[in-house]
Design a binder for this molecule. Structure first.
Ligand SMILES: [Zn+2]
Length: 236
C-alpha cells in the first residue's frame, strides 16, 4: 500500500480540523464581547432605575418639607387670629385648630426624617450601581481588546494553515482529488474519516470488503452511510 496518499489525507484531515477549531475560536470572540456588553446594558438599566428612585424620593421629601412650611405658616396665621377673637368660643375653636395642626405638623416632621433617610439610602444605591457599571464597562473594554488581539493571531494562523493545506493538497493522488474537492468544499473538517479495522471512524459503520480493497488500491472511496471520503488509518 502506498503510504504517501494515506499520510497526505491524514495530514489534510488534521489541518482541516485545526482550521475549523481556530475558526470556532474566532467566532466565539464576538460572543464573549457580546456577553460583556449585555452585562453593561442590564447594569445600566439597573443604575437608571436607581437614579429614578433617588429622584422620586428627593421629590417626596421636598414635597413634605413644603407641606410642613405651609402648615407652619397657617399655624402662625391662626395664632395671630387669637388676638382678634371676638368670643371665647371662637378662641377655643382656634386653639383646637392650632393644636390639631401642630399634631399634624409633628407627624409630618417624622415623615420628613424618614424620607430624608430614604433619600440617603437610595443615593448610596446610585453610587454603588454607577460604580458597578463603570467596572463592567472596564471589563468589556479589556475583553474587547483581548478578543481583537486573539482574533489577529487566529486569522494569521488560519491563513498559514490554508497555505499549508493548499500545499498538502498538491500531493493528493489525482484519482481522489475530484471527490476531495467536492466534499471538502461543503463539509470541511467533517468531509473525511479514517478507516480502522474496516470501520469508518466518522460514523462507526462497517465498510464492505470491496471498499477496503479499493482503499488499498488508493482509489477514491466514500462511506456509503455517512458520505465521508475515506482513508486508511496510519498503521503507526
Ligand atoms: Zn462513515
Amino acid at each position: 500500500m502506498n503510504s504517501t496518499s494515506t499520510d497526505t489525507m491524514s495530514i489534510l484531515h488534521g489541518i482541516l480540523k485545526t482550521i475549523t477549531d481556530k475558526q470556532q475560536q474566532l467566532e466565539r470572540g464576538p460572543l464573549r464581547v457580546g456577553a460583556h456588553q449585555h452585562r453593561v446594558d442590564s447594569l445600566t438599566t439597573e443604575m437608571e432605575t436607581a437614579q429614578q428612585n433617588h429622584r422620586d424620593s428627593r421629590m417626596t421629601a421636598d414635597n413634605k418639607q413644603l407641606q410642613l412650611k405651609s402648615s407652619e405658616t397657617k399655624i402662625e396665621e391662626l395664632q395671630t387670629k387669637l388676638n382678634t377673637c371676638s368670643s371665647n368660643r371662637e378662641y377655643q375653636a382656634l386653639l383646637e385648630q392650632i393644636a390639631a395642626d401642630q399634631m399634624a405638623g409633628s407627624v409630618l416632621e417624622d415623615e420628613i426624617l424618614d424620607a430624608l433617610e430614604t433619600v440617603d439610602t437610595l443615593g448610596e444605591q446610585v453610587t454603588l450601581a454607577t460604580k458597578t457599571v463603570e467596572e463592567a464597562k472596564g471589563k468589556l473594554k479589556e475583553e474587547t481588546v483581548q478578543v481583537q488581539a486573539e482574533a489577529e493571531v487566529l486569522r494569521r494562523e488560519i491563513e498559514a494553515l490554508e497555505a499549508e493545506l493548499a500545499e498538502a493538497e498538491t500531493s493528493l493522488p489525482p484519482e481522489i482529488r475530484p471527490d476531495y474537492d467536492r466534499i471538502v468544499k461543503t463539509r470541511r473538517d467533517d468531509s473525511m474519516a479514517s478507516v480502522n479495522d474496516g470501520i469508518c471512524e466518522g460514523c462507526f459503520q462497517q465498510i464492505t470488503p470491496n471498499m477496503i480493497a479499493q482503499l488499498a488500491l488508493k482509489e477514491s472511496v466514500i462511506c456509503t452511510s455517512c458520505g465521508r471520503l475515506l482513508y486508511p488509518a496510519s498503521s503507526d
